[in-house]
Ligand binder design. Structure first.
Ligand SMILES: [Zn+2]
Length: 137
């Protein structure tokens, strides 16, 4: 995903492409009278100097990677309790991260592995808790 790095008088912030384009379009069109100079750096990037002295550059960059890395580990219950453990793999061979002797619970229709986010989104989320020992591993 792209964002604009908007530098105003040396201070860089990131704005959405939509907001960046809005400022560029405004400087070309409706807000033209407030602009002293405007030059294109590339097809998408512009430098704008406003009559009030603000110097802006808008440069498209790749948005930084999401810092929240979602836990894709499989979680399920180990016994017929409501405590979800994180498993080493999403199969009968999986072992709970907190205790290697814990095996995934097999329901009548098979195993019910899901990521943490999926469990949290489930309609039964309120019934379950995440094992704190698995969580800290
Ligand atoms: Zn656990």
């Amino acid at each position: 995903m792209k964002v604009y790095e908007r530098t105003e008088n040396g201070i860089a912030t990131q704005v959405s492409v939509k907001d960046g384009l809005e400022e560029i379009n405004n400087a070309m069109m409706a807000g033209k009278r407030e602009v002293r100079t405007m030059s294109s750096i590339s097809r998408t990037d512009y430098a704008i100097e406003y009559k009030d002295g603000r110097k802006i550059t808008l440069v498209q960059i790749d948005a930084p990677e999401e810092s929240v890395d979602e836990d894709s580990s499989p979680w399920t219950v180990a016994s017929h309790r409501m405590l979800l453990h994180k498993f080493t793999e999403a199969s009968a061979d999986g072992r709970a991260v907190c205790n290697k002797s814990f095996r995934p619970w097999r329901y009548g229709n098979g195993y019910d592995f899901a990521t943490r986010a999926e469990h949290e989104a489930s309609q039964y989320a309120d019934l379950y808790a995440f094992c704190p020992r698995c969580e800290s591993k």
